[in-house]
Design a protein around this ligand. Structure first.
Ligand code: SF4
Ligand code: SF4
Length: 444
């Protein structure tokens, strides 16, 4: 049980009951996949040119590497299906821009690259072996952050890590993919955690699960009952419980300083899906080419937790779930708090796609914003102790220096302030604009 609680946060309507009891369903192989060269935080991949040239017309196998980047903070991308490369060029991306992508038309055979082989037993793998496997498999944070996992497994020598935390909070409303992964891939999560602990030389593993998932808690706890150095920590249900700094504080009492990474306090965090992906990479040699995501919202005819190949179009995933109703007001990738509304469902599922939501007026309340009434509710819910209203105003007036002085860069865009604001001011959107401007000026 958690001994600590973080400041602020909100209790939105969770709507998880729509899909939380639905077992993961494997989607049929898509006819076509679109694989963007950027599916992670860090340097975008470049198409392979040296060993094997990736170009229009060539045949590829599932699991074959398509793109990579020599930069340390990057992760390669692989072909999710076997087939023919039919296009290379900019394609719609869930981040709201066009990004270079490889389009593959399936040959229906799902043939895997012959180089894909199990890596051997965990006991025989060194820390460096594990890091290399994770990097080559293109594994990134599957909770949505998409930070390359091998980087988190490679802390500097002067930053020893003693605790690995596995994030099973899944605090975003509607999403239940992690919940199902905890129920259906429990052993893989624990194995992945052990691999990460070995890579980091960590002595303790913690799996944090919100108390609105008692079945997952029970199952994971029974799996680690015999493990001396792994424990399950029950977290009170509160958004954004799964945010890195909140999770670390609630499970260990350690405070990550502003602007610092968790490794400053001897901790590394990974999502449950990431742990399971690491297990697959070690045991089967398979790179990250598919993931579990929740397709839900009142606009979806048959909501589901699906396992889809990366590059499957969101429109295809929605069709698989019975299609969307005409009353759908918006399609969102990710959860309703931190996800991004999409102008079209013609976008691929990428490594960070935890959910696709089709929301109607049953799910969202659209209202015009009105002037700030100085209620300070946004201040009281901000888990980072910021003044959202002042930062948003500074950003709206183009006063980015003031926004920076108000610690705009500490905002991790949880959306609590916008959610609670009675005047419906798009605070987080203004803060995001301010952050982008501050970063642009810093990079100049
Ligand atoms: S200012 Fe940022 S961190 Fe604070 S509540 Fe708003 S979105 Fe969340
Ligand atoms: S919650 Fe909205 S109305 Fe209240 S102080 Fe913040 S910005 Fe103003």
């Amino acid at each position: 049980m958690a001994k600590f609680s973080f400041r602020g946060g909100v209790h939105p309507v969770y709507s998880k009951e729509i899909t939380s009891t639905l077992a993961i369903v494997k989607m049929p192989l898509p006819q076509k996949v679109v694989v963007p060269m950027q599916q992670h935080i860090g340097a975008p991949c470049e198409l392979l040119a040296d060993v094997e040239k990736i170009e229009k017309g060539i045949e590829v196998k599932a699991g074959q590497k398509l793109g990579d980047n020599k930069g340390f903070v990057s992760a390669p991308v692989h072909a999710p299906i076997s087939g023919t490369v039919v296009d290379i060029g900019p394609y719609n991306h869930p981040l709201g821009m066009k990004i270079n992508a490889v389009t593959i038309e399936s040959d229906g055979r799902d043939e895997w690259d012959e180089n894909i082989k199990p890596a051997g037993s965990l006991e025989d793998l060194s820390a460096d072996d594990i890091r290399k496997i994770v990097r080559e498999a293109g594994i990134v944070g599957l909770g949505g952050a998409t930070f390359p996992s091998h980087v988190k497994l490679s802390p500097p020598e002067d930053k020893p890590i003693d605790v690995v935390i596995i994030n099973g909070a899944e605090c975003e409303p509607y999403l239940t993919a992690d919940h199902r992964v905890m129920l259906e891939k429990t052993e893989e999560i624990v194995f992945g955690l052990k691999a990460m602990m070995k890579a980091l030389g960590a002595s303790e593993g913690i799996i944090g699960i919100e108390d609105n998932k008692p079945d997952a808690h029970k199952q994971v706890e029974s799996m680690v009952a015999e493990e001396e150095n792994i424990r399950v920590c029950t977290l009170p249900t509160k958004y954004p419980q799964g945010a890195e700094k909140m999770l670390i504080y609630v499970t260990t009492g350690r405070v990550v300083p502003a602007g610092a990474l968790p490794m400053e306090v001897g901790i590394v965090n990974h999502n449950v899906g990431t742990a399971a992906a690491i297990t697959q990479a070690i045991r089967e040699g398979k790179p990250l080419v598919e993931r579990v995501l929740t397709v839900t919202g009142s606009g979806v005819a048959k909501p589901a937790n699906v396992q889809a190949r990366l590059g499957t179009l969101a429109s295809e995933a929605l069709d698989f779930c019975g299609g969307i109703s005409e009353s759908t007001l918006k399609v969102v990738v990710g959860g309703p708090m931190m996800g991004l509304a999409q102008p079209s469902a013609d976008i691929p599922v990428i490594k960070g796609t935890s959910g696709i939501l089709a929301l109607t007026d049953e799910d969202v309340y659209l209202a015009e914003s009105s002037p700030c009434i100085r209620c300070a509710k946004c201040v009281s819910v901000c888990p980072m102790n910021l003044m959202p209203t002042s930062i948003a105003q500074a950003s709206e007036h183009g006063d980015y220096r003031r926004a920076e002085k108000l610690y705009a860069l500490d905002c991790f865009e949880c959306g609590c302030c916008s959610y609670i604001c009675p005047s419906k001011i798009p605070l987080v959107q203004w803060i995001r604009i301010g952050k982008n401007e501050i970063m642009k000026r810093k990079n100049k």
